[in-house]
Design a protein around this ligand. Sequence first.
Ligand code: HEC
Ligand code: HEC
Length: 295
Amino acid sequence: MKNLKKMSLLLLALLLVSCSKGDFKEAKTFAGGKVVSASTLNLGQTTYTEYCVSCHGVKGDGNGISAKGMYPPPRNFKLGVYKFANVVGGELPHDEDLARIIRGGLKGSAMLPWDIGDERLDAVIQYIKTFAPETWEGKDKVLGTKFELPVDPFGDVYRHQAIEKGKKVYHITAACTQCHRGYESKENISKFNMEINKAPLKDEEFAADLFQVKPQDGEFNYKVVPPDFTHHELRSITDVPSIVTRLMYGVNGSGMPGWKDVVTDEELWALAYYVQSLRDLKDSPARFELIEKAK
Ligand code: HEC
Ligand code: HEC
């Protein structure tokens, strides 16, 4: 009787081993000391093969069969570089960041929102880390630094003031027009400079490409186009606070720097309200009026 019990336990164990499909036989330790079992990694692999492989590719290099001619191209996970994580530029995203991106998608790109259950979501997040082992594997690897969202000094009541201030920070103090296009006439921009730097701008001081978007080289092997806020969809933006968040961290690997402590928290919020006001113009006659003046 005892032996029979032992035998059946042994059989059960053998059955379990032979049933666990997939390439992973051992657990892995990722950044932040996260230990992930082989069965989770294998579930991640199946999930990836079902949902993600057509774009991101079998090897995770972004060369899936649907990726040809796609702009922006699917991320190459082998680089271990993530654009829209809410961590200081170049540092590693937390699982919750990757979950937000996968569940929410990246608007204006082929990266759609994926409605997958919690267990598979976690598994696929762990699996994509295995494409960049040098970035992710080992207990010495640390996760990125997060900031608190600063308090909104304007609120809806002072929205107008925020936008007016944001215009000046955008065109002068932070010079976002180094990459993005300008949205004010040269005359107005000169006035802003007068207010801030006590000097008007001469005609020859304006960049020739002030009213154009300036594609950036970045780390991804393709030119990254800075969006025109009155026209393009923004990948990770839903509302004003989400713009503040994006501005704090920047868009890692694409040339868009983080602005936390480069401008003040008040200026961050002013910029965010201003960018939102430009987004609100999308496809409206007011957009064309504005663009008519700013060229
Ligand atoms: C139809 C094509 C397509 C499919 C399918 C797809 N993606 Fe993407 N994915 C993209 C594109 C395109 C980007 C790059 C967007 C950008 O750079 O703005 C991207 C980017 C990403 C990023 C990078 C986010 C960042 O901040 O850099 C992650 C992570 C990601 N995808 C995970 C997944 C996972 C997990 C799946 C499957 C559940 C999946 N994707 C399925 C097209 C796809
Ligand atoms: C050195 C170039 C550069 C500068 C300077 C720059 N940006 Fe960007 N920005 C980019 C690029 C490139 C992208 C597109 C990133 C992508 O989609 O991969 C971008 C994207 C954005 C986005 C959209 C993020 C999203 O989720 O899609 C916002 C908002 C933004 N920039 C605001 C600003 C503001 C405000 C400033 C000035 C404080 C600024 N940027 C300065 C290059 C720049």
